[in-house]
Design a protein around this ligand. Structure first.
Ligand SMILES: C[S@@+](CC[C@H](N)C(=O)[O-])C[C@H]1O[C@@H](n2cnc3c(N)ncnc32)[C@H](O)[C@@H]1O
Length: 613
């Protein structure tokens, strides 16, 4: 049925904007708890510079009790998840608290954006194709082109408004294709008079079409949430033109109304900024380049955050990509919150931040099982269906993605793929050792010898021992992680879902002297080498080529990973140290040393090693 809408102003309308009775559809604000998955008290660059002992403290579920300054315990926040749920969940603590929101959302072009990651040490001088794998960083469409782009942005812009302080502003970076739509939505949400500037980012570059003007600008719509806002022109000032400088170098007769105003001077800080900001795109060879296709220049973001947000103020970017906004905040003394749903985005951003000397403490959070449970409820449940039906549909969906057939009449075996039995872990809990054992028992009972277990998360200490144990019992066991992309329509529709077999790590923890240890990474078993193109694969000579990053928590307490040491490859620095710095404990005790490895596909493998020091 078509809604009866009383159209009495100019507005953008799309299917689903209004309820059937003509009232504006409310966007539900979903609040879910955050989990802190990693805490960084100082960046690698700082640690390298100071080599001082780090100050450990612990969190698990994010409590939101810290103050607004680093002295009051504030930590910057990098959040992995869909920004609609993330922002809804931030409202409790941050409604009315954010000084500037800058976003650079996908443009609804329907394109897929890739991420180029060099492998091992080959990348160093020349990035040859044979040493690069290309993965999808994200998919720039919401399925139905503008029909889904508009509602998706509308829902999100509305929550962003609630997060802004009364003096806060929002800068939305778009291109010529969707600028008019974004402007119409911002006009409706903030008011037509709330537009402070339409900032044009103008860049030069090579390449031209004989058929049209070169496309060399993006639009940044800058809106105020209230009647006053922060603006500091100084970071945005530019040089005066030579002719102006020359003219002002001597007395310019400035006579108005018969009065001579005398000698005039140019502002020594430069010319007041125009709404056209000229900044070059990051050169392809620049060290700043991360391999992230839609990365924006750091120089542009530094100008924007310094000019549009006060020092010490809170800046958020909910489509953070490679983390340019967050780096700009670090370099200009603003606090930040960043969010992205992509694995590459979070990993790239984390590495970028770790490379900044003096970077402030930050934490990596997600909505973990809460987000997944919410997704399953929306995707497979409705008010009418009971929990059992939702679970059944969930299982059927995952089995289909895995290419398996559902099975009936078995309790722990949900499906069958070729000769293998398949067990699917619950959406909201880690797969436990008991659960795998129960599935193994059932396999034995029905005379099957191969079992694939699919899970979102795993009980600590499960792999690789359980695989060896299963082998003794005559079962070939594979543990495969269900990727986050399963929750993204586009990834599912494009067939971009890869189930990664659980990798495992081996280390040698050396006792150097009393209470002093050092870790050597001695092996990383990377089970999905067949996902790498053959020509790249042929170049790989050692297991460590698969490792992009590894980190140590010297005293893991079954909650948040506290990064105590880290090594990783960057575009410029391709060698990876496999031996950590030493760490001295303050007392003799038994500790759990946790090792986290991120491989070239951006997957995390974490393992705990108990040590007596
Ligand atoms: C154009 S890129 C941002 C690039 C960034 N400005 C930079 O300099 O690297 C857009 C990002 O939005 C992310 N994204 C898209 N939809 C999202 C959503 N619903 N929630 C969170 N992030 C999303 C994509 O994964 C992608 O990394």
């Amino acid at each position: 049925m078509v809604a009866k809408i009383d159209v009495n102003k100019v507005e953008l309308v799309w299917p689903g904007k209004y309820n059937e009775d003509g009232t504006l559809k409310e966007v539900p604000r979903v609040h879910l708890p955050f989990q802190v998955i990693e805490t960084v008290n100082e960046s690698r660059a700082t640690r390298e510079a100071a080599k001082k002992p780090e100050n450990l403290s612990l969190f698990d579920v994010y409590e939101g009790k810290e103050g607004d300054t680093f002295e009051e315990g504030w930590r910057n926040k990098l959040i992995w998840g869909d920004n609609l749920l993330v922002m809804g969940s931030l409202l409790e603590k941050f409604a009315g608290k954010i000084d500037l929101i800058y976003i650079d959302p996908p443009f609804a072009t329907g394109a897929d954006f890739s991420f180029k990651t060099p492998i091992g040490e080959f990348g160093g001088k020349v990035l040859k194709d044979q040493s690069i794998i290309e993965e999808k960083a994200y998919r720039d469409t919401w399925g139905k082109g503008l029909g889904s782009y508009v509602p998706m942005m509308w829902e999100r812009l509305g929550v962003m408004k609630d997060l802004l302080s009364s003096q806060g502003t929002i800068a939305v970076h778009v291109d010529w294709r969707v600028g008019y739509l974004i402007k119409a939505m911002l006009d409706e949400l903030f008011g037509i008079d709330a537009l402070i500037n339409e900032i044009i980012w103008y860049y030069t570059g090579a390449g031209a079409s004989p058929e049209r003007f070169s496309r060399r600008h993006d639009n940044i719509y800058w809106y105020a949430n209230g009647s006053a806002w922060f603006f500091d022109p100084d970071p945005l000032r530019t040089d005066y033109a030579e002719a102006t400088k020359e003219r002002f170098s001597h007395h310019i007769g400035n006579v108005r109304g018969g009065h001579d105003f005398g000698v005039q001077f140019l502002n020594p800080k430069g010319k007041h900024p125009d709404d056209v900001v000229k900044v070059s795109i990051e050169a392809p060879s620049a060290n700043e380049r991360t391999g992230y296709a839609t990365q924006k220049p750091l120089a542009l973001l530094k100008k924007l955050v310094a000019g549009l947000a006060p020092e010490g103020g809170l800046v958020a970017d909910f489509f953070v990509g490679s983390g340019t906004t967050l780096k700009a905040c670090e370099l200009t003394g603003r606090r930040w919150i960043g969010c992205d749903l992509g694995r590459w985005a979070i990993h790239t951003t984390r590495k970028r931040l770790l490379g900044i000397e003096g970077a402030k403490p930050f934490e990596v959070l997600n909505l973990g099982k809460y987000e997944r449970k919410y997704w399953a409820g929306v995707a497979f449940g409705d008010q009418k269906s009971d929990d059992q039906l939702t679970i059944y549909e969930y299982l059927a969906f995952i089995l289909k993605l895995y290419g398996a057939q559902p099975l009936s009449g078995t309790q722990h075996l949900h499906g069958k793929k070729g000769k293998a039995m398949v067990h699917v872990g619950a959406v909201d809990a880690p797969v436990t050792i008991d659960e795998v054992n129960a599935a193994i028992e059932e396999c034995l009972a029905v005379n099957q010898s191969e079992l694939h277990v699919l899970g979102w998360e795993w009980e600590m200490g499960m792999s690789p021992y359980i695989v060896q144990e299963a082998k003794h019992r005559g079962i070939k066991l594979l543990l495969l992680t269900i990727p986050r992309e399963v929750m993204e329509h586009q990834a599912v529709d494009n067939g971009d879902i890869k189930f990664f077999e659980l990798a495992h790590v081996e280390v040698d923890i050396k006792q150097l002297s009393e209470r002093k240890v050092q870790v050597e990474l001695t092996d990383f078993a990377f089970p999905y080498a067949d996902l790498i193109p053959q020509d790249v694969h042929d170049k790989i000579t050692k297991w460590s080529d698969y490792v992009d990053y590894w980190a140590i928590d010297w005293d893991f307490r079954n909650d948040t990973f506290m990064q105590g040491w880290v090594a990783y490859r960057t575009r410029k620095e391709r060698t990876l140290s496999l031996i950590s710095d030493s760490h001295t404990y303050d007392a003799h005790k038994t500790v759990n040393v946790m090792i986290k490895v991120v491989d070239i596909f951006g997957n995390d493998t974490s393992q705990v090693f108990p040590v007596e020091v």
